[in-house]
Design a protein. Sequence first.
Length: 231
Amino acid sequence: MTVVLAVRCANGIVVASDSQITDPGRGLSYPAQKLHSLGAHAAWGGSGSRAALYDIEQIFNDEADAVIEAKNIGHALQARVLPVLKHHYENFITDVPGQEAAGTPATYVLAAGYVGDDPFIIDLDPSGLIGHHEETGFQAVGSGAPMAQQAHALLTHFHMRERDVDYGVVAALRVLDALDASSPSVGGPMDICRITPEGADHLSPKEVEGVRKQVKRWVELEQRALDDLFD
């Protein structure tokens, strides 16, 4: 199961993902990097076919500036992702001898960041359709996306859209850790990118652990408030 999510805050965007890959065809799970830079002011992640995502990563590494500087970023992403998806779909073998299910090459891409002071959160589904989520302020892709959407819904009363981006970092990690605890196919280490108009900052493992301490403090404060609810 894969989860890649983006949260918009008052002054920034957080993009985060787990790092566990599940290969049902071979019965394997292993860690892999799902979150990547897209120039200096954006990041992207994807779910689905690892072969397709590898090809997309190479293209984005070479053409990040062209994507971000395009008049329509969604169309620029689509123009680069769609040929890769078509190639892999056309060459996908559905019936593999000796294997009950060959899996599916369905691939999603989620990108977020800034062009100047203007934020964007854009996803591409397996058919190449573009979704814009700057106004809703949240989007998740991957097989764990429905669970992430539900977790985000349970946090809506905290109004992350009105808070500093550092709150969004804590919220994103809390959502991922909740999915980690509830699903055996979601696992760490968790990757987090904190993005503002000044640039994208990919947190180190040590920094993520520091954020996890803030998550623990948040939970403790909630528990204390609940304990005092009927006093």
